[in-house]
Design a protein around this ligand. Sequence first.
Ligand code: ASP
Length: 342
Amino acid sequence: MLRSMSFLVLSCFSALVFAKQPIAIVIHGGAGTINKSQLTEAQEQAYHATLKHAVDTGYAVLERGGSSVDAVTEAVLIMENSPLFNAGKGAVYTYDEGHELDASIMRGDNLMAGAASGLTHIKNPVLLARAVMERSEHVMLSGAGAEQFAKEQGLELVDNSYFDTEFRYEALKKAKQSMQKLPHQAQNYRLKAPWQPEWNMGTVGAVAIDRSGLLTAATSTGGMTAKRYGRIGDAPIIGAGNFADNASCAVSATGHGEFFIRYRVASDICARVKYQGISAAKAADQVIQQELAKVGGTGGVILIDHKGQISWSFNTEGMYRAKRTEGGVAVTEIFKDSPSLP
Ligand code: ASP
């Protein structure tokens, strides 16, 4: 009796000590005014299929014992290479009809981070952000210097026209029509109408936790349609569009970047978790549904907390998103109240 009791205690103890962190991954492909009437059945299916492919690819990395850094990189790469999203191929147009891309990545154990902004020739900005984190002394590189570093690191460079897509060009034309000339401002600087979330829809991001408990977040974007003057959004700004801290949570954001920078969205959510002890889901709702919504900041976040719990929050009509947890299948969703597609 005594022997079986001690065996039981010992097995419970070793189960606790050697228990592995359940793996989990969540991704987004941007938030905005997404309603069914804007998407054909074929487009909707294409989004679901690409989200599933990306989340499954990231999950497979975690399942074979890989790190969350590799998992988020692989998931983001698939979305950067798809023309469906505003990141890599399919990035939105600047006012001058080119493309300028931003990306970042952060790991939650040592808070190392890498970011790159204003990129015009880097096929996969997430790879450059990661190279900055792992192979440079810096956190953020921009423009020509960032591209020189990318060349030295052997990353693939492309002509700026590689990022072109017809439907993003149409979005640029519409955005330009909504701009007005203000007397004391640079020409066409301000918008006549309120900012339209579909003009920057499609940023991508991934957050994962691996078996060691390491949280990593990555975000990649073409930014905002018709942006000018070297505008940089929140995606490459650590603490705004991307953040990871094993002591609280990891977050990737999408939305109207100017608000996400001013309200330092990603780090604010994690700080609430860390210092107020509230759940990541509640912290995200406080920031996205209350703080941002009341000032007109549109967008959303995906996150995983230090225990591996996935959540998301957005104040737009939809957010392209997918998740997969230990032993489960991929769940992909687009609209606010849409049924999940396993
Ligand atoms: N947050 C990105 C930016 O402002 C755009 C987006 O998420 O759609 O650059």
